[in-house]
Design a protein around this ligand. Structure first.
Ligand code: HEM
Length: 508
């Protein structure tokens, strides 16, 4: 509301008038285009909330967390729903039974990914893995990721990097003993150090610039800009200034990666490092040259965006939520700490292989991922071949969102489904492998996460050491049940207010 008609207000009136004008143009074009595509009306689409002309259901989502809003809609309209976001037609899946239909029965037909203007422009025409269209190139790169970059052997070879980072972290905690520290900030930095060193070797001076790029890219490529909701009207990207922002981002990314490649070359020429990092692996594969789709430096750059984006926040968010839930449930914290102390029995130095027998801690991690899957709606899938689910048509190009969080909190599958109870995993065979559709924090099927092993190893090792060497308290005598549990919106559901905790060092 403007009390005084200031210059700022006038500018805003002009912006509003301009937006109204643009909206009218869209409306006009939309109706013209819609008339030509009315064939879609004969399809038997799933039910859904009532839609407004032009914007569809966008207004019903404003200000809400999509995974929670979709679960609430599903309670009214059913576990398979159709919604409209501008021009984008989306089917939302909210039950384990139907998640299995999408991720197993129709896995091939529904394994494509949406193309956004932003990802095509910035990610070297979607030649990464996560957003690459389903097809032979994606298959080749996913195989390289599973067998070479993120295999169990390769993940294990990064053990010394994790051990070194954790030693630094433990020293930092000892120095901070008795004082509150920002768990979110510290853990995110550490996890990113691990990813950076595993990717490019010891010298990793471009880390901050890359993180800054990822933050900005996630913001600009959120998919919720007016231009993203009306992809047929490409001029909107120019009108709203998005095109130039994306071009600038792409140039920044390219410059960072060119520097990294150059420095990497120099270091290798000097014979500086022996251990093969992930960049070495990709350059070796490129030079061997026996791939069906030869890869270029640009493809390698796109893959590193996945490794940075997929490898950092997912793991650090899981560690932060696990610590948050343990602080809210002191009996769980006590039990997990007792297990760690009993297993390590006074050892002064912990190495990764010591961590494998921690079954209760593993249940804590599973329960954390059940209630707080870092990517609560997986990455969107897109239909490549027309298919039917529960008699509803899923036409080609339809976008599908699988609400993994709704599946892992479905009261039909989980008792007391929204309470944190790690014991529920003690006598079950339910795990992360993507065969139990009521628990799919890493997805399932062809598009399942190839970095599961990397992520879980980091999460387990970090939590085990934090519990072994330190006692933890909430600052300012905060009551455990008063810890804020609000989530951020966006692709990753992180804790909205950073967790602060006081470590107290003790000799186990
Ligand atoms: C706790 C850690 C992690 C969680 C919870 C997680 C979760 C996920 C999820 C839910 C998907 C989408 C699956 C789908 O669309 O069906 C995914 C895809 C992916 N993740 Fe992860 N992830 C984690 C760690 C990592 C790490 C460490 C990396 C790499 C270093 C990674 C790389 C990828 C890639 C490349 C894809 C795309 C796969 C494809 O489209 O074929 N992730 N992840």
């Amino acid at each position: 509301m403007f009390i005084f008609p200031t210059a700022k207000a006038e500018t805003m009136y002009t912006e509003i008038a301009f937006s109204l004008f643009v909206s009218c143009v869209i409306l006009f074009l939309y109706f013209v285009l819609n008339k030509r595509t009315n064939g879609a009306k004969s399809l038997n689409l799933p039910p859904g909330p009532p839609k407004l002309p032009l914007i569809g259901n966008v207004h019903q989502l404003a200000g809400l967390l999509p995974h929670r809003a979709f679960r609430d809609f599903a309670r009214k309209h059913g576990p398979i729903m159709h919604i409209q976001l501008g021009q984008i037609s989306v089917v939302i899946i909210s039950s384990p039974r139907l998640a299995k239909e999408v991720l197993k029965t129709h896995d091939v037909a529904l394994a494509d990914r949406p193309k956004t203007f932003g990802s095509e422009l910035v990610l070297y025409r979607n030649t990464d893995i996560a957003l690459a269209p389903y097809g032979e190139y994606w298959r080749q790169m996913k195989k390289i990721a599973s067998l070479e970059l993120l295999s169990a052997k390769k993940v294990q070879s990064f053990g010394p990097i994790r051990e070194q980072e954790l030693r630094g972290f433990m020293n930092f905690l000892r120095l901070s003993s008795g004082k509150p520290i920002n768990i979110h900030k510290t853990i995110t930095e550490l996890v990113n150090n691990v990813v950076c060193k595993a990717s490019f070797g010891k010298n990793c001076k471009h880390q901050d610039a890359l993180l800054e790029f990822l933050d900005e890219f996630a913001r600009v490529n959120s998919g919720f800009y007016v231009a993203d909701l009306f992809p047929d009207f490409k001029f909107l990207y120019v009108v709203f200034g998005l095109r130039s922002k994306l071009m600038k981002l792409h140039k920044t990314l390219d410059r960072i990666f060119n520097d990294i490649l150059e420095e990497h070359d120099d270091r290798k020429r000097d014979g500086g490092e022996q251990e093969e990092d992930l960049l070495d692996v990709l350059l070796r594969i490129k030079e061997e040259g026996d791939l069906e789709f030869p890869i270029t430096n640009n493809n390698i750059k796109a893959i590193f965006v996945d490794i940075f984006a997929g490898g950092t926040d997912t793991s650090s968010v899981t560690i932060e939520w696990a610590m948050t839930e343990m602080m809210r449930h002191p009996n769980v914290l006590e039990k997990a700490q007792a297990e760690v102390i009993e297993t390590f029995k006074g050892k002064r130095k912990i190495i990764e292989s010591d961590v494998h027998g921690l079954t209760y801690l593993q249940s804590v991690i599973k329960e954390t991922l059940r209630l707080h899957p870092p990517i609560p709606m997986l990455l969107p899938h897109v239909c490549k071949e027309h298919c039917k689910i529960d008699d509803y048509d899923i036409p080609v190009k339809m976008k599908l969102i699988i609400n993994a969080w709704a599946c892992s909190t479905d009261p039909e599958y989980w008792d007391d489904s929204e309470s944190f109870k790690p014991e529920r995993f003690e006598d079950t065979s339910v795990d992360f492998m993507g065969i139990n559709y009521h628990f799919i924090p890493f997805g399932s099927g062809r598009r399942m996460c190839p970095g599961m092993n990397f992520g879980l190893t980091t999460v387990e090792f970090f939590l085990a050491q934090m519990l072994y060497y330190f006692n933890w308290q909430l600052p300012d005598g905060l009551n455990p049940l008063d810890v804020d549990m609000a989530e951020t919106d966006g692709l990753i559901a992180a804790k909205k207010t950073h967790l602060h905790l006081i470590p107290t060092s003790f000799a186990p």
